[in-house]
Design a protein around this ligand. Structure first.
Ligand SMILES: N[C@@H](CCC(=O)N[C@@H](CS)C(=O)NCC(=O)O)C(=O)O
Length: 251
């Protein structure tokens, strides 16, 4: 415990600005305190519970892959209702996939899991408190405006959700508006929050990956198409098919 405290104090000292801020200079917000990144890779640490066709499951698997962190995978059979059984509900109270086990704890909600992993593994987070806030903003927006219409259109195309043409037109228009927001933003910077990819990009990619299945052509948005290509060139990138097996896979 004392060792950890010493380490944290040392880190804090290293972050101190060299010069004293003048009275007039605005005080910079300090980044949110992060848990100590785990340096050594413990292969048995993470177990992802998910479903191969699930976009949110892919997003978490993608984050682990980009962080070069191995993980065990448990197939949750959504078709047989395994996600609503008591033994799964104790892991994920929402009765949804994904769910990530880290040691003794189970984590839910893919965007929240990305944020957790960014802190734990010390990768793909914003560098300052302000940048972290931007990242969070994007992730809220992604689930509100981007994921909802795209995933619903995809579910309809796969026959997993039924709704009429009028509703389809509405989701289609909502999805296109969201893609236009991304297009505009990516004409200003290479990645969603600046010059480095963050969990906001990973979260967005986890949805954009399925745009074609939802009947949307990403190529119609040139900046977004370039971003997608850039993303796919990141070290550790892998497709859903490469990351999510149809059966459980233990390390
Ligand atoms: N916001 C959740 C969404 C998870 C979600 O919708 N999972 C789907 C599979 S892609 C699911 O479990 N559906 C079954 C259900 O909701 O009953 C997340 O990001 O984890």
């Amino acid at each position: 415990m004392a060792k950890v405290a010493k380490k944290v104090a040392k880190k804090a000292a290293a972050r101190k600005p060299v010069s004293k801020p003048s009275a007039r200079r605005p005080v910079k917000p300090s980044p949110r305190p992060k848990p100590e990144p785990s340096i050594s890779v413990n292969k048995e640490r993470f177990t992802l519970h998910g479903f191969a066709l699930s976009g949110p499951t892919y997003t978490v698997a993608l984050m682990l892959s980009l962080c070069r962190h191995p993980f065990s995978y448990i197939h949750v059979n959504l078709r047989e209702g395994a996600h609503k059984q008591p033994d799964y509900l104790v892991k994920n109270r929402y009765g949804q996939v994904p769910c990530l086990r880290d040691g003794q704890v189970f984590l839910s909600q893919s965007a929240a899991i990305l944020e957790y992993l960014a802190g734990k593994l010390g990768k793909f987070d914003g560098k300052t408190e302000f940048e972290q806030q931007r990242v969070r903003e994007w992730m809220f927006w992604i689930w509100d405006k981007l994921a909802a219409p795209i995933y619903r259109l995809r579910q309809r195309a796969r026959g997993l959700r039924q709704f009429g043409d009028e509703v389809k037109v509405m989701y289609d228009s909502e999805a296109r508006s969201a893609l236009a927001v991304l297009e505009l933003e990516l004409s200003k910077s290479e990645w969603l929050t600046g010059r480095k990819p963050t969990i906001a990009d990973i979260d967005a990619y986890g949805v954009i990956r399925y745009a074609a299945e939802a009947g949307l052509d990403v190529q119609a948005y040139p900046r977004l198409a370039e971003w997608k290509k850039r993303f796919e060139a990141l070290p550790g990138f892998a497709t859903p098919e490469q990351l999510l097996p149809l059966e459980s896979r233990l390390l």
